[in-house]
Design a protein. Sequence first.
Length: 338
Amino acid sequence: MADNSEVAVVTGANSGIGRATAIHLARNGYTVFGTARGLEKAKKANSMAAEAGVELQWVEMDVADDASTARGLAEVFERAGRIDVLVNNAGVGGNAVVEECPPSLYHDVMNVNLYGVVRCVQAVLPHMRERGSGTIINISSVVGRFAALAQAPYVASKWALEAMSEGLAQEVAPFGIRVAMVEPGITKSAIFAKNIDAPNSSGAYDAPYRRMFQFYAAGMAQATDPFEVGAVVLDASPPEVRRAGLASLGDGTVAERTNAAALKAAGSQGPGVRIPPVPPDSRHENQWGKSVTTKRGSHGHDGGSVLHQCHRYQAFRVVLHRDHRVESPVANPDPGGG
């Protein structure tokens, strides 16, 4: 590992968004450790990394298991000495309507999508606090913003992840640690091919399941490339912001850093960075043409002076509107959708 390279860990890096994110970060100078439940699952990722002219490091780790997660991240610290960026990407789907979803399915989905993130965060935070810097990026979903039909356990896990992330951001900001969420929409990923269950044991919920699959069928026709999501992840953790720490605004809030272009426009060159405020709940395009929503809340004050926020990034091309049409959120920025 080069002495000046930043160290990133990407969980679930063997496929989909995780694989693309790991390769994209490596191409941009990071030393990247990918995690997978079995190292044999990393063959395609290694092949794609080699084609991109980079190399990924690997750790065998299952985020659904306490001991495995602790052991895997301890190995990264032993090999690399630190972790600058943690990307919590590993996740599972879960289709069911509330009436027919057994609690065990909620538990199985939560154990990866929420508890798995908590396990990883708890393993890295003591080290990040000691160093006074670090970034945690949690891969959520557009359904963390609206409740998609017939995916009750998955939606619940993503809403819970976002709530946890919001609280975490306030807790760790005083230690120089940044928290961000990336909310992908329908992305070219193996998770969708695997997520085809439609239990409908009572037969009463044909319509919700049909609408769910129609939504995804329409979305897959113009799905986001996972490397575009990887670019958003990179954008969510610019080293210059991490080194500069939180930006302090005159009105006592912390602005969202939406992309590198915004930082450049704001004159960010290092310590003392000042980011201009953004209007509440504003929508605009980021440099990849993806919809970005910026929010400024009214909670989480630290000593009554600074509002520490979890920074949100969206990466998707399609969104389900109230009239059930699928349209581009950039062309039609109606907040009534996802």
